[in-house]
Design a protein around this ligand. Structure first.
Ligand code: GRF
Length: 208
């Protein structure tokens, strides 16, 4: 059974997609041990608690410096003994020591087809503003392993989404969530939970 800790900062629709997928069998061999947020008001924490899952808030604001937060954050994550850490809209920089300790065991959902519209400054609506400003006809979402860079780790899954002529950043964000994020994040978790994902020479190899 794959033990998962999910890290969130906002509304938690990706967390909800994971919860629903475990409940309906789209994800097998996995359980969420805890949901951790830097934002006490994140509705994602409410979604967790409604599901009987511990919803924990730990924020850099609670600590006198970032190093103290990083140590406390890693200790809190470790206390749940996860096999996999899922970043689902988590807006806090992951400490280097956590990336080292959980090499290729931290995944992130990004709302574009990496390497487009990613990296520093590309998060939330800014990703979709970038896509619309460039005039791309196809965008999408990416699930990738987290490494020391920003949105630079090995790519696990991607899914395309058509951009429509009347799109605003908000309408595009919603379509990317509905058509891509909420599908490939649970799919990636199920593949990891069932041993189908390996990283070889920095590239993801999907078995079976
Ligand atoms: C999603 O758009 C995701 O791609 C990005 O942050 C947002 C999180 O939304 N990383 P939610 O909290 O899962 O609703």
């Amino acid at each position: 059974m794959l033990r998962i800790v999910v890290c969130v900062s906002g509304g938690g629709t990706n967390l909800q997609a994971i919860l629903d997928s475990i409940d309906n069998g789209t994800i097998t061999n996995a359980e969420i041990a805890a949901v951790i947020s830097n934002n006490a008001n994140a509705y994602a924490l409410e979604r967790a608690r409604e599901h009987g899952i511990p919803g924990i808030c730990i924020s850099p604001k609670q600590f006198e410096n970032r190093d103290n937060f990083n140590t406390a954050f890693l200790d809190k994550v470790n206390s749940y003994q996860p096999d996999l850490i899922v970043l689902a809209g988590f807006l806090v920089v992951i400490p280097g020591m956590m990336i080292q300790e959980y090499r290729n065991r931290i995944i992130n959902i990004h709302p574009s087809l990496i390497p487009s519209f990613c990296g520093k400054g590309y998060y939330g609506l800014k990703v979709h503003e970038g896509a619309l400003n460039r005039g791309v006809k196809v965008t999408g979402a990416t699930v990738h392993f987290v490494d020391e860079g920003t949105d630079t780790g090995p790519i696990i899954l991607q899914h395309p989404v058509m951009v429509e002529s009347e799109d605003t950043p908000e309408t595009l964000q919603r379509r990317v969530m509905e058509q891509a994020e909420w599908k490939i994040l649970p799919q990636a978790i199920d593949m990891i939970a069932n041993g189908r994902i390996k990283v070889t020479d920095g590239k993801v190899v999907i078995a079976g």
